[in-house]
Design a protein around this ligand. Sequence first.
Ligand SMILES: Cc1cc2nc3c(=O)[nH]c(=O)nc-3n(C[C@H](O)[C@H](O)[C@H](O)COP(=O)(O)O)c2cc1C
Length: 170
Amino acid sequence: MSEAELARIMDRMPYGLYIIGSKMSGDVNGMMADWVMQVSFLPRLVAVSLENDAHSLENIRCNRHFTVNFLSESEDGMALARHFAQPYFAAKVHGEKATGVHHKLAGVDYTLSPHGCPVLEGAFAWLECDMEDLVPLGDHTLAVGKVVDGGMRREEATLTSIFTGWNYSA
Ligand SMILES: Cc1cc2nc3c(=O)[nH]c(=O)nc-3n(C[C@H](O)[C@H](O)[C@H](O)COP(=O)(O)O)c2cc1C
């Protein structure tokens, strides 16, 4: 099987699309992630797979908490998601000489969870997780978190990769 064919098959795996909130000291970050799922009932655990060089991973390693923001399946949900597609460090997309960081939460309305991670005003539901484990897996690291808080503000359908047509499988 060719790598191209394999990539086409992986593209057919549907995902929800979430914004993972994290912080280090006073600096908060949000990142778009679709490799997010519940992995245990008791305790209730949620896992997020993060690129090994994601700034969010460093934040979670240091602060040991993260939020999962649920966006709605709508044009508004997609518009909000777009703010978080870029990485924190400009060098990650513009080459290693590029300096500066993307403060993705600038201009976005949010509050802070009990442990200081961003909860987006535009999210219809959110969870806060205590980091239980970090599991290195190839080019990603799985952050496993115990759900300790959360809120459901409205009944809405979750934004998915089927709705957006965006994929993260190359
Ligand atoms: C549709 C889509 C889904 C993504 N899903 C993930 C994901 O599950 N895990 C991940 O680490 N990065 C994912 N990314 C890339 C991140 O949003 C981000 O660019 C990168 O991980 C670094 O984020 P940070 O440095 O701000 O933490 C995805 C990007 C897009 C466009």
